[in-house]
Design a protein around this ligand. Structure first.
Ligand code: OGA
Ligand code: MN
Length: 215
């Protein structure tokens, strides 16, 4: 097996293989320390700086722009990342994401041709109600990726858990709650997994969220 991969100029990556295995059997994967402490700090600094420069805008839902209704569904502020014009921190982020994407394309024939990512900031009191990440007439989003940039002091008491709604073998729904810990990456099948962000209780909740898409 090893030799076969060598011939194909391909190096097996245990971490990526774990992600692929998890996605196949559960539809999601949670990877701690996908980003190291330095990377998280750089990304957090960049996020906070851009937020203070007022570069963020209130997130909308789909192409829907009614503020009041939108606010009862999601309350985060977002800033889309531009891969052509990245900060140093942004480059660190994309270099890891691109490496993962290349691997997924080589091994899973997913045909990921596009990516879109945004910084997100949830002030205390905000949340994102239960939803799915694909739009009614656009199913290009294949994998949702969320990376948390909070600092190490984030605890359950801060709120803001991601909740994944999953099904057991009998088809009974259960919840998987995930704390937004620094460096943690959650990746899941966009078309299958409903999820929500529980209300943030204290402190701003910081993250990067995005999608790996087919054309
Ligand atoms: C989203 C989303 C989850 C999270 O932005 O669509 O579901 O944990 N984010 O931030
Ligand atoms: Mn979502």
């Amino acid at each position: 097996m090893e030799e076969l991969f060598e011939q194909l100029d391909f190096e097996l990556n245990p971490l990526y293989e774990k992600i692929i295995g998890d996605l196949g059997s559960n539809g999601y994967s949670i990877i701690d320390n996908f980003f190291d402490a330095y990377e998280v700090e750089q990304l957090r600094k960049t996020l906070v700086q851009k937020f203070e420069e007022d570069a963020f805008k209130k997130a909308a839902i789909g192409n829907f722009v009614n503020e009041t209704i939108a606010k009862s569904i999601r309350g985060d502020f977002i800033l889309w990342m531009d891969e052509q014009e990245l900060s140093e921190a942004g480059k660190l982020f994309y270099s890891k994401i691109n490496d993962l994407t290349t691997y997924l394309n080589k091994t899973c024939f997913l045909g990921i041709l596009q990516k879109e990512f945004h910084y997100a900031l949830y002030p205390p009191g905000t949340f994102y109600k239960r939803h799915i990440d694909t739009f009614v007439n656009d199913d290009r989003r294949k994998l949702s990726v969320v990376c948390y940039l909070n600092d190490e002091s984030w605890q359950k008491e801060n709120g803001g858990e991601l909740v994944l709604y999953l099904q057991n073998k009998e088809g009974v729904e259960y919840e998987k709650s995930v704390l937004p810990l620094p460096g943690r990456m959650v990746i899941f099948k966009s078309q299958e997994i409903e999820h929500e962000v529980r209300p943030v209780i204290s402190d701003k909740r910081l993250s990067i969220t995005g999608w790996l898409k087919t054309r």
